[in-house]
Design a protein around this ligand. Structure first.
Ligand SMILES: [Zn+2]
Length: 480
C-alpha cells in the first residue's frame, strides 16, 4: 500500500461522521471491533491522551479542595431506588445483575449509572457535624448506561470509560450556589486549556433532572452542526439529602439537611478536541495534552547513516530534557510513511534530521497545526520550541474561536430563525415562558439546549414569539 493510501481519510467537510470514526481508528485512539455494541477498546495512544486530559482536570480539582475517592461500581437496588426520582432519569438504561453463578440474587444489583445514591447512603454515616462540611470528593471511574439510541464512539456509548464525577456537600443552599459557580469555573478553565470553545447555559426548569434544583451545562458544537454537552453542574439543594437522610448537627445543636451538588465530564472532552481541531491529515492535538510533544524522524542518506543517527540521538537527548519526545528509528518505514503516521497522531512538532542538517548543525522543524517547516540551528532549538508551543496554542485557540463563531447565529425574529437554523446553534431573545420555547421547538423541530439567564436584561429585547420583554438569551439546535 502506498504511504499516502494507508493514512487517507474521508474529507472532514464532506462526511464528518465517517471522518471521525476513521481518525479514531487510524490514529490508534480506539478499536471499535469489540463484541458488545457501544463498548470500545482504548488503545495505548488514546489512553495516554485521556490520562493527560484527566490530569488537567485533577489539577483544577485539587487546587480547589476536591479529594479523590473510590466507590465500588456495584449498587444495590434498595439504595438506588430509595430516591425514585433518581432512577427516573436512568431507568431504561440501567444494567442489572440478577444472578451469581447458578444462584439468583435476592436483591438485584446495578452497575453504577452515576454515584449519587451510593455516596449519599455511605456519607450519611461520615457526616456528623457542621465541621465535617464542606466536603468535596471526586472519582474517575467507568459509568454504565445502556444507550438506547444508535451508539457512536465517545459520543453515545454504553460504558462511559472516563467518568469524572465530583460530589460536594454543604451546610447551606447559598454555599451550594457558590459551589456551582466554582464547578462552572473549573469546567471553563478545563475547556480553555483544551482549546475547546463553548457556551454556558442553564437548563430550562421543565428539562431539569428530577431531584435537581437547577443545573448548568457547557455545550459546544461539532462540525456536523450538532450540539455536544461537555459537562453538567447540578445543584440538588437538600432534595437528595432528604431522601438519603443526609443530616448534620449545626452550631445550635439542631439537625439540618445537607445541601449537595455534583458535576461530571467524560471522554466527550477528547471527542470535542478531535472534532474541532482535527483536519484531513488526522488529529491536531493541543501541545498540553499530546502524549508526545516532539517526534524526531531521521532522513537516511546512503553512506551517511551513522552520522545521521548519531546526530538524531544527540538532538533527542537535548529535546527530551525539556519535552516528551520520541526518536523514530523504525527501519522498515520510509520517512514519507513516518510523516503521515505522526501527522495522523497529531504530534505537535516533528524534527527532521538528514544529511544537510548534520552538516549545518541544524534541524528542520515541522509544526502540525499549520503544516509549516523552518530550519533552526541546534543551539536555538529549545528556546525556539518554547515559543513555538505558545504560538501554536494561540493559533489553535483563535482558529477554534473562528470555527465556533461560524457555527452559531443570533436572530431576533422567527422567519430568520427558520432560515438560519441549518446545522447551527441559534440564539434568540426569550421571555422565559415555557410556551414560547415549545412554540419555537415546534416550528423548527429542534430542541432547547438551554439559556443564558438575564444576559439580555436591560437591553430592551422582545421575545421572538410573544414580543414581551426578553431578559434571557435562549439557545436551540440539534444535539447528541
Ligand atoms: Zn415569549
Amino acid at each position: 500500500m502506498s504511504e499516502k493510501k494507508a493514512f487517507e481519510l474521508t474529507k472532514k467537510e464532506e462526511d464528518f461522521s465517517r471522518w471521525f470514526d476513521e481518525v479514531l481508528f487510524k490514529a490508534s485512539i480506539l478499536d471499535e471491533r469489540y463484541p458488545v455494541k457501544g463498548l470500545y477498546v482504548w488503545l495505548p495512544y488514546g489512553y495516554a491522551i485521556m490520562e493527560n486530559i484527566m490530569s488537567v482536570m485533577e489539577r483544577l480539582l485539587r487546587e480547589t479542595g476536591h479529594k479523590r475517592v473510590y466507590f465500588p461500581s456495584i449498587v444495590p437496588e434498595s439504595t438506588l431506588s430509595r430516591e425514585f426520582r433518581f432512577i427516573k432519569g436512568f431507568e431504561n438504561t440501567i444494567y442489572w445483575i440478577t444472578q451469581v453463578g447458578l444462584r439468583k440474587l435476592d436483591e438485584r444489583l446495578a452497575l453504577r449509572p452515576t454515584s449519587e445514591a451510593i455516596m449519599y447512603e455511605v456519607l450519611s454515616r461520615w457526616i456528623k457535624s457542621y465541621s465535617d462540611l464542606p466536603l468535596r470528593i471526586y472519582q474517575i471511574v467507568p459509568a454504565y448506561r445502556y444507550e438506547t439510541k444508535a451508539t457512536r464512539p465517545m459520543l453515545r456509548v454504553r460504558e462511559i470509560t472516563f467518568f469524572k464525577e465530583a460530589h460536594t456537600f454543604h451546610v447551606t443552599f447559598e454555599e451550594a450556589v457558590e459551589q456551582v459557580k466554582l464547578g462552572v469555573d473549573i469546567y471553563k478553565k478545563f475547556y480553555d486549556e483544551l482549546l475547546v470553545p463553548y457556551i454556558v447555559v442553564k437548563t430550562p426548569p421543565w428539562d431539569t433532572f428530577p431531584g435537581a434544583r437547577y443545573n448548568y451545562d457547557l455545550v459546544t458544537i461539532l462540525p456536523d452542526g450538532k450540539a455536544l454537552e461537555l459537562g453538567s453542574v447540578i445543584n440538588f439543594g437538600d432534595l437528595f439529602a432528604k431522601a438519603y437522610d443526609l443530616q448534620y448537627t449545626d452550631r445550635d445543636g439542631k439537625k439540618k439537611y445537607v445541601h449537595t451538588t455534583s458535576f461530571g465530564v467524560s471522554e466527550r472532552s477528547l471527542a470535542s478536541v478531535i472534532a474541532i481541531h482535527g483536519d484531513n491529515r488526522g488529529l491536531v492535538l493541543p501541545p498540553k495534552i499530546s502524549p508526545i510533544k516532539v517526534v524526531i524522524v531521521p532522513i537516511p542518506f546512503k553512506g551517511f547513516e551513522k552520522e545521521i543517527n548519531n546526530y538524531a540521538s544527540k538532538v533527542y537527548s537535548l529535546v527530551s530534557s525539556s519535552y516528551t519526545c520520541e526518536l523514530d528509528l523504525i527501519e522498515d518505514e520510509k520517512p514519507g510513511y513516518k510523516f503521515y503516521k505522526w501527522e495522523m497522531k497529531g504530534v505537535p512538532v516533528r524534527l527532521e534530521v538528514g544529511k544537510s542538517e548534520v552538516e549545518e548543525g541544524s534541524v528542520t522543524v515541522f509544526r502540525r497545526d499549520i503544516m509549516e517547516r523552518t530550519r533552526v540551528s541546534e543551539e536555538e532549538l529549545l528556546p525556539y520550541l518554547e515559543d513555538l508551543f505558545e504560538d501554536m496554542e494561540e493559533k489553535m485557540r483563535e482558529k477554534a474561536r473562528r470555527y465556533f463563531e461560524s457555527m452559531i447565529v443570533y436572530v431576533e425574529d422567527v422567519e430568520s430563525l427558520k432560515s438560519s437554523m441549518q446545522n447551527k446553534l441559534v440564539s434568540f431573545p426569550w421571555c422565559g415562558e415555557k410556551g414560547c420555547a415549545l412554540k419555537v421547538e415546534e416550528l423548527t423541530g429542534y430542541s432547547m439546549i438551554g439559556y443564558e439567564e438575564d444576559s439580555l436584561s436591560g437591553k430592551s429585547k422582545g421575545c421572538i414569539v410573544c414580543g414581551k420583554e426578553a431578559p434571557h438569551l435562549a439557545w436551540m439546535g440539534r444535539s447528541y
